[in-house]
Ligand binder design. Structure first.
Ligand code: URA
Length: 193
């Protein structure tokens, strides 16, 4: 099986997951979307209302902004892979609970193992903390960090503020766009190593 087929098989298993309580309140599982051979994987926090309705990640207001930033660096959805820490929408968009994140972590681990991206871009604090515990987003946004992650090995991460946090905040928007524009250079450096 090639990466695309392996990922599709995994996504089917995710759709049937009932391992935590989130599945009782959400409409559908949102496994992730994009290229199985992506060099860059974007990881958000969890589906919101629109994602829960459509079964795809980042299809609401934050997703529109994400698309705008991708266009600035000449990337399309089909060039990257987008997933979330939790695959089911937490009720009323509350933060996912530690046990929910822990249960869902195995799915994300498998997605990363199949895609093996050169670069993981974390979107928001929850995504960052899942990979880089102890870091402060105010200090590490816009920076690349290489870390050894249990079961995954060495991986380069690039941390961004969540697009939702920048939607109605002009200065945050500027910071996020400035950070986002660094992605091509970071990828180039990672690929040279
Ligand atoms: N916010 C996220 O973190 N993920 C989505 O898929 C949508 C909004």
């Amino acid at each position: 099986m090639n990466k695309k087929q392996t990922l599709e098989k995994l996504q089917k298993k995710m759709l049937a997951c009932k391992k935590c309580q989130l599945r009782n309140s959400c409409h559908q599982v949102v496994p992730g979307a994009g290229s199985a051979v992506a060099k860059i994987m974007f990881i958000g926090e969890g589906p919101g209302a629109k994602e829960d309705e459509l079964g795809k990640p980042f299809v609401g207001a934050s997703g529109k902004f994400l698309d705008e930033m991708l266009a600035i660096i000449k990337l399309k959805r089909g060039d990257i892979y987008i997933a979330n820490i939790v695959k089911c929408r937490p009720p009323s968009n509350r933060d996912p609970l530690p046990e929910e994140k822990e249960i869902c972590w195995n799915w994300l681990e498998q997605q990363i193992k199949i895609i093996r991206p050169k670069l993981i871009v974390t979107l928001g604090r929850h995504s960052m903390e899942s990979f880089l515990p102890g870091q402060k987003i105010s200090e590490c946004h816009g920076k690349a960090l290489r870390r050894e992650i249990p079961n995954l090995g060495k991986q380069v991460f690039f941390t961004l503020y969540h697009p939702a946090a920048a939607l109605y905040n002009g200065s945050m928007r500027e910071i996020l766009i400035k950070d986002f524009k660094k992605i091509p250079k970071v990828l180039e450096l990672v690929e040279k190593k």
